[in-house]
Design a protein around this ligand. Structure first.
Ligand SMILES: [Zn+2]
Length: 233
């Protein structure tokens, strides 16, 4: 990757970030969250207004960090040999509006897409979903077609991400955000898992969703009793 226009970015940092984006993109493929050339990973380059993003039309299984592209927060190409993903305006809009995040991932994972195709939220019927995601996975209500760059629709996506790290795009796919590329991949994997559980539970019966009170209990449980405490030496 030429760095003529991004000379102030630390080369080591950019290489490391590129390696992590490629690993996460391969992780999407290996976990069957994307097939063929679908799916997009983008991550903010720290302390800049630039975003590293996967190119259009590349299989995530064969991606190399030299194929990645740098764009600015208005989705303009800054550096790279290939065209960026058609979903670049959505990614850069989220990065612009949510500087607290580092990474945006877009997948077409199968079970989550089934809910998106049916114009449904993913109901919160499993402890895994309640615990990890904190509630329903919302469907973005006003969203038209893949590749949209309509500011109102992009803002609807941002708005839907206010209380959760994942949303569904109508008849299309999944958008996951995270504080690191690895965290976003983990969430994308969990989303497909909980969508599968929800789908099957709906096939079997009429499952009851977690109540707000139960969700609050699980949130507090996660905050105070789950995982390892920092070691005291
Ligand atoms: Zn898509």
């Amino acid at each position: 990757m030429s760095r003529a226009n991004v000379g102030r970015i630390d080369a080591g940092l950019l290489d490391d970030l590129g390696r992590r984006v490629v690993e996460v993109a391969r992780g999407l493929f290996e976990n069957k969250l994307v097939v063929s050339t679908f799916g997009v990973v983008s991550t903010r380059i720290p302390n800049t207004d630039y975003v590293l993003i996967t190119p259009s039309g590349f299989s995530k299984a064969r991606l190399d960090k030299d194929n990645l592209i740098i764009v600015d927060l208005d989705a303009n190409l800054v550096e790279g040999k290939f065209r960026p993903s058609v979903e670049t305006p959505m990614h850069t809009h989220i990065h612009k509006r949510r500087p607290d995040l580092s990474t945006v991932i877009h997948t077409h994972s199968r079970m989550a897409c089934a809910f998106a195709a049916a114009n449904m939220d993913i109901p919160c019927v499993s402890a895994e979903q309640a615990f990890y995601l904190g509630g329903r996975v919302p469907l973005v209500r006003k969203y038209s077609l893949p590749g949209t760059n309509k500011p109102g629709e992009l803002e609807n996506i941002v708005r839907s991400l206010r209380d959760i790290n994942v949303v569904l795009m109508r008849k299309h796919g999944v958008v996951v955000v995270g504080k690191t590329p690895e965290e976003a991949l983990d969430t994308a994997i969990v989303v497909e898992d909980v969508a599968t559980i929800a789908f099957h539970s709906i096939m079997l019966s009429k499952p009851r969703e977690f109540t707000r009170k139960e969700l609050n209990y699980l949130r507090d449980f996660k905050a105070t009793r789950y995982g390892q405490k920092p070691s005291v030496s």
